[in-house]
Design a protein around this ligand. Structure first.
Ligand code: 5GP
Length: 205
């Protein structure tokens, strides 16, 4: 019996450590793959096309959006970000678990179009720590930094729309929490359990 994969949507303020936690989980499990988003923002040092993002022009992004190529997309801090639809839906059909690391606007869109997704919110241990993490990245202009920090509180107010939250105090503990969520969801009873029972019955006949 081929079980459909689970779609995990991970959000949280910039600097909360979503990416680091996800990378840590990916190191220790074959259970999950990350969806690579399309963005119109410039690539940062060390980022690789097709690994971190697909970097596209505004025109190409808009064309893809018009053609219905995104599962969700949103404007985040002056740039567009979107999740390519087809590769994600196909992977789920093949039984693979997929992670989307996307902002709250995008997550709310996924909640509408793919309600069976599992929503996980990553919180920083404190706002002071969050500020420290954003500053130490050093990749933002002063203005962009202010914008990101101001958005953080607003973003946190959406936490109740999510199924799980993880306070990212230490990386190891947070990664373990996310792995636990992935495992728990694998064991959740869904419609396809009827097929499983049917198979058991058939075996006995
Ligand atoms: P960054 O520019 O730091 O890589 O990402 C900025 C924000 O965009 C983060 O909150 C990240 O989660 C979000 N983001 C990245 N990819 C996507 C996407 O495909 N869709 C949406 N809605 N947000 C995204």
């Amino acid at each position: 019996m081929l079980r459909k994969g689970n779609l995990f949507v991970i959000s949280g303020p910039s600097g909360a450590g979503k990416g680091t936690i996800i990378r840590e989980v990916l190191k220790s499990t074959q259970e999950i793959e990350i969806s690579v988003s399309v963005t119109t923002r410039e690539s940062r040092r060390g980022e690789v096309e097709g690994v971190n993002y697909y970097f596209k022009s505004r025109e190409d992004f808009e064309k893809m959006a018009e053609e219905g190529g995104f599962l969700e997309y949103a404007r985040v801090y002056d740039h567009y970000y979107g999740t390519p639809k087809e590769p994600v839906l196909k992977a789920l059909d093949r039984g693979e678990n997929i992670i989307l690391e996307i902002d709250i606007q995008g997550a709310l869109q996924v909640k509408k179009s793919y309600p069976e997704a599992i929503f996980v919110f990553i919180l920083p241990p404190s706002m002071a720590e969050l500020r420290q993490r954003i500053v130490s990245r050093g990749s933002e202009t002063e203005e962009a930094l202010k914008l990101r920090f101001a958005s953080a509180l607003e973003e946190i107010s959406y936490i109740e729309k999510y199924d799980y939250y993880i306070i990212n105090d230490t990386l190891t503990a947070s990664a373990r929490c996310l792995e636990a969520v992935i495992m728990a969801e694998r064991c959740r009873i869904k419609k396809d359990v009827t097929e499983l029972i049917e198979n058991f019955k058939e075996e006995l006949e």
